[in-house]
Design a protein around this ligand. Structure first.
Ligand code: NAD
Length: 274
């Protein structure tokens, strides 16, 4: 590294983003693409990818979209091969596919004792197994090449579980744990130039949690108000709040940072509530 202004350079880096057409990761695709990254959007939703692709084309971002289910290893292998055919290399994997669903959430009408096994399994599969399988497929390529960066998406509830969402909390705790495990495993067994880190976004008002944080008339639920009271910076996050940390983690500016989970939460994790 020479100049400080080169630290955050992602120009020409090929960045594969699973769940890349979702709320948070489409912002990463736009921002990292505008910064000169070549973007491969891997998502289940063809409709969301088509909309994002139009936007990326308008912005002049070099990109491809590939319909991919992160729970199907064959799909991930096919996607990896297609990216290599298009761009000739892959530098970065962002494991963005994830989320929660109401069926795996306790409420006034549904106790913990009634949470259905298939909903719990769905949440675990999407958040943990989807990250695990994509890391196997792309990680093997990074191991052969000798370098690469993996960014996982954990959550506040991996540090301390939030009420109502036991499956999502446990699955994100597994993602944080796996981030540390894989960082060490890659360095010990394959290359000292492979890094695996995670971000833990705080509370952003998005599709997965809107039903928990807002009422039908748009006002905040009791839970929504509790979160704001517990966030020293006094607001919900926005997708763009994640970008500079992701840029830092995927660029040479963090070249000695490995196996960390970075909270981006307006101080939520630091506040005891007193
Ligand atoms: P989102 O629902 O907007 O995006 C998720 C994307 O993943 C969607 O485009 C969806 O089509 C895709 N997807 C779903 N299943 C898939 C599969 N099997 N294979 C491939 N793609 C699949 O969610 P988001 O709010 O943008 O969240 C992105 C990530 O950030 C998730 O891991 C989420 O758990 C995490 N996160 C979100 C928040 C928040 O407040 N929104 C907070 C912390 C962490």
């Amino acid at each position: 590294m020479s100049k400080v202004e080169d630290y955050f350079n992602v120009e020409g880096k090929v960045i594969a983003i699973t769940g890349g057409a979702g709320v948070l990761c489409s912002e990463m695709a736009r921002s990292l693409g505008e910064a000169g990254g070549k973007i491969a959007v891997l998502d289940l939703s063809e409709k969301a990818m088509a909309m994002l692709s139009n936007e990326l084309t308008e912005k002049g971002v070099e990109h491809i979209t590939i319909k991919t289910n992160v729970l199907q290893k064959n799909d991930l292998v096919r996607a990896k091969d297609e990216i290599l055919k298009t761009f000739g290399k892959i530098d970065i994997l962002i494991n963005g596919a994830g989320g929660n669903k109401p069926e795996a959430t306790t409420s006034k009408d549904k106790s913990f004792f009634e949470l259905p096994e298939d909903a719990v399994q769905w949440v675990f599969n999407l958040n943990f197994l989807g990250t695990f399988l994509a890391s196997q497929v792309f990680g093997e390529y990074f191991a052969e090449k000798g370098y690469g960066e993996i960014i996982n998406i954990s959550s506040m509830n991996a540090f301390r579980p939030l009420t109502n969402i036991p499956a999502y909390s446990a699955a994100k705790a597994a993602v944080s744990n796996f981030t540390q495990w894989l960082a060490v495993h890659m360095n010990h067994n394959y290359s000292k130039k492979i890094r695996v880190n995670a971000i833990a976004p705080g509370f952003l008002l998005t599709n997965q949690n809107r039903f928990l944080l807002t009422n039908e008339d748009g006002s905040l639920t009791q839970r929504g108000n509790q979160i704001l009271d517990h966030t020293p910076m006094g607001r919900f996050g926005e997708p763009k709040d994640l970008i500079s940390t992701v840029m830092w983690l995927i660029s040479d500016s963090s070249e000695f940072v490995n196996g960390v989970v970075v909270p981006i939460d307006g101080g939520f994790a630091a506040y005891s509530g007193v």
